[in-house]
Ligand binder design. Structure first.
Ligand code: V47
Ligand code: SF4
Length: 359
């Protein structure tokens, strides 16, 4: 056992790629402290002492969704009293209200909604860019795009090109869940096989549109499934180099069909951050998405491979507050984020969506 840890450590220290078997070994056998020190070694090599964040808002145009993923606490029927559905005017006034906050990014994702075709989105992006030409629009999970292009009767390539022309700057990382198709069918059958998600991101990358990648963990998957997932991402990144960041997303249990499952511990979260950092040698940034598991846990993740704190999220997201996260109204000021990063011994760097430093 000791020998195997030493072999993996040697690979890490000598810039050699670890194998999927090594990653499973790390998950199964290696103590948290050792995982942290290996993850830190790599983080330090890639990002030094810097920890990134941005000034952003999230807009969820609707929580009405045709799908019913088992882990989702967000989706509602159209006539549900808790459903919302923003118009262009609603969204534009939200955007205008945050000009004063000097935001650099708008993250737009929502339910799979039947009554909006691609024109609804291209017109929205054009309106946003009219008021805010420099803003970076990060939008859509691959799952939303798949449905949008189907109802708009348009191919993936043509659809992406139209969205890019209207102002789309990158894709969000959601909808990846877990790529193992057996688990995927149990969790979110309507989303279809993993190949669809991977193909949409690969096509986007080939058109010059970068994206993020997520993994939903801590539900009914096992370590093999997680490693297979990050391996698919590493393989695709080798081909396209289009992923900006990897975001581990911890399953939160409130108000969904999987509420009977226990949530995993923070120790397991940190182990997962560390293994992802060690394995994904070709994805530069690992995001500690604080609305998902709280700012105090995100702070700890900075010592286990994470180098990005996401952002201020002035206009909050409801995906995680509805699922029982510690953060019920997730908003942070740049000062508060700076302070946390500094308290942990790192150097805060305000970035744009492509990880260029904001001066
Ligand atoms: O795909 C939904 C996850 C994702 C739950 O790209 C849940 O920068 C845990 O992808 N417990 C959407 N996870 C959010 C997302 C995201 C968030 C922040 C930044 C970025 C980015 C992307 O949220 C879904 C799903 O994997 N999710 N419900 C839940 N109960
Ligand atoms: Fe709909 Fe997304 Fe929730 Fe699935 S995770 S039910 S696609 S909102």
């Amino acid at each position: 056992m000791k020998k195997k840890i030493d072999i993996i450590e040697n690979k890490v220290k000598n810039n050699e790629r670890i194998t999927t078997d090594d990653a499973i070994f790390l998950y199964e056998n290696v103590p948290l402290g050792k995982l942290g020190s290996l993850a830190n070694f790599i983080k330090n090599k890639i990002n030094g002492k810097e920890v990134y964040f941005n000034r952003n808002i999230h807009i969820e145009p609707t929580n009405v969704c045709l799908y019913r993923c088992k882990f989702c606490s967000f989706s509602k029927d159209e006539n549900d009293s808790l459903a919302w559905n923003y118009t262009h005017d609603d969204i534009i006034s939200i955007v205008k209200s945050h000009i004063k906050d000097k935001i650099t990014e708008i993250h737009i994702t929502g339910g799979v909604y039947p009554n909006r075709d691609i024109t609804w989105f291209t017109e929205l992006f054009v309106k946003i860019k009219e008021i805010f030409p420099q803003i970076h629009i990060k939008a859509f999970t691959a799952i939303e795009l798949q449905y949008l292009f189907r109802i708009s009767n348009i191919s993936l390539e043509v659809g992406l090109k139209k969205l890019i022309e209207a102002g789309l700057n990158s894709l969000a990382g959601g909808g990846a869940e877990i790529f193992d198709n057996e688990i995927r069918m149990k969790l979110c059958p309507e989303k279809g096989p993993a190949e669809i998600w991977l193909n949409i991101h690969e096509t986007a990358h080939n058109l010059g549109l970068s994206s993020n990648a997520t993994m939903l963990y801590g539900h009914i998957e096992n370590y093999q499934h997680r490693v297979m997932h990050i391996n698919e991402l590493r393989n695709l990144q080798d081909k396209t180099n289009g992923f900006n960041a990897f975001i581990p997303l911890k399953f939160r249990k409130q108000n969904n069909f999987l509420s009977y499952l226990p949530e995993i511990s923070i120790i397991e979260d940190l182990r997962n951050f560390a293994v992802a950092r060690i394995f994904l040698d070709n994805i530069k940034h690992i995001k500690a998405y604080w609305p998902m598991f709280g700012k105090e846990n995100a702070r700890l993740a900075l010592h286990f491979g994470a180098d990005d704190f996401d952002g201020t999220i002035y206009e909050t997201t409801k995906i995680y507050s509805l699922a029982g996260s510690e953060e019920q109204t997730p908003v942070m000021s740049p000062n508060e984020i700076n302070e946390i990063i500094e308290q942990e011994g790192f150097v805060p760097v305000e970035r744009n969506s492509l990880y260029e430093k904001c001066l």
